[in-house]
Design a protein around this ligand. Structure first.
Ligand code: PLP
Length: 383
């Protein structure tokens, strides 16, 4: 077994060796600016456009619908802050699901500080947005609706097709944060029907600091960054060529491996949950019956502090997370679990284990063993 046992792939993934190899020349032998007119610049431009095609192919978009950004956070900001505002004297409205990532929630709050009304869409106790709940909240003031494809804490998937139909009928753009879903779920932006989709490279074995916003052809969205004419004049700034090339390569690898990866991860995740449930009393698998990403195992241990479990896991060489915002060793109760109505005595004992390409059955068995001992000790009793 290799240490650390890394079970936090939802936070970030290690760079795939093939991705690193593809990126290297653009740091060293080919450092040229893709806007330059000499042949080296042309080469860099070609590399960026090849990457754009790789990203577009993975998600079923046309390359000119893909705009490179510095990551998922920037893509979410752009999609919400640059939408046209409905022409009315009353304040515009943004509708966001209650379980969005901070990149969306905090962006909506920033719009709130500019006078927008921020409306949170509730979720069921399985973490699902009910299309009806969106439909009845849309008004003539709604500028944009944002619902993520897969949640970053518990991995649940949302009924985006139904939501895009509703938004389409009402003429309201739908923004979908697909940052977590990209690597292990089939993602066809046309079938999804969203107006904009946020993507990030470092969740799919690509580099940090690269991502993209898919903007469906014909979608009205304002220029995001003023400056040069990069990205069709929509997002100025010299392109991060190595990171973009790495993002493209990572997308190509996902196309080749997604099905096999997902199958293997689902199998390992199910084994992990089954063993935990067999070995440890008073534990629940969050949203167990819901449709969710295959690499996610979100567990709630009743009456135990999640951060104490994580510290013990770290000591045993296992890297995992609570999924919720964490500062100086204390974990705030997750807004996702609160929105699902999970009682505090369970929510406080939350641990998110997210598996990845290098996770082995031995990693899973070792983690279950450490969890069983730790939880028993923290509960102060014999197993
Ligand atoms: N959206 C979701 C659902 C995420 O999980 C993350 C990262 O954790 C982001 C957005 C932000 O992406 P990035 O780290 O590329 O800015």
């Amino acid at each position: 077994m290799r240490f650390p046992v890394y079970l936090d792939h939802a936070a970030t993934t290690p760079l795939a060796p093939e991705v690193l190899e593809a990126m290297m020349p653009y740091f060293s032998d080919h450092p040229w600016n893709p806007s330059a007119t000499y042949s080296g610049g042309h080469e860099a431009r070609e590399a960026v456009e090849a990457a754009r095609r790789q990203v577009a192919e993975l998600v079923g978009a046309s390359p000119d619908e893909i705009f490179f950004t510095s990551g998922g956070t920037e893509a979410d900001n752009w999609a919400l802050k640059a939408v046209p505002v409905p022409s009315t004297d009353e304040p515009p409205q943004v509708l966001v699901s209650a379980i969005e990532h901070a990149a969306v929630l905090e962006t909506a709050e920033a719009l709130g500080r500019r006078g927008w009304e921020v409306v949170r869409i509730p979720v069921s106790n399985e973490g699902r947005v009910e299309p009806n709940d969106v439909e009845k909240r849309i008004t003539f003031r709604t500028a944009v609706v944002a619902v993520m494809l897969a949640n970053n804490e518990i991995g649940t998937l949302q009924p985006i097709n139904e939501l895009s139909e509703i938004c389409g009928e009402r003429g309201v753009p739908l923004h979908v944060d697909a940052v977590q879903a990209l690597g292990t779920t089939e993602l066809d932006v046309r079938a999804l029907g969203a107006s904009t989709v946020a993507l990030s490279a470092h969740k799919i074995y690509g580099p940090k600091g690269a991502g993209a916003l898919y903007v469906r052809a014909g979608t009205a969205l304002a220029r995001w960054m003023d400056g040069g004419s990069h990205e069709h004049g929509m997002r100025a700034g010299t392109l991060n060529v190595p990171a973009i090339v790495g993002f493209g390569k990572a997308c190509e690898l996902v196309r080749e491996r997604r099905e096999a990866d997902s199958e293997r991860l689902r199998h390992l995740r199910d084994r992990l949950c089954r063993l935990v449930l067999e070995r440890i009393p008073d534990v629940r698998v969050t949203a167990e019956a819901a449709e969710r990403l295959p690499q996610f195992a979100h567990l709630c241990f009743r009456g135990v502090e999640g951060h104490a479990i994580l510290t013990a896991l770290d000591t045993a060489g296992i890297y995992a997370s609570a999924g919720a915002a964490c500062s100086a060793g204390s974990v705030a109760t997750s807004h996702v679990l609160r929105a699902m109505g999970i009682p505090d005595e369970w929510a406080r004992g939350a641990v998110r284990l997210t598996l990845g390409r290098t996770t082995t059955p031995d990693d899973v068995d070792y983690t279950v063993e450490v969890l069983a001992t730790t939880v028993s000790e923290l509960r102060g009793g014999a197993r």
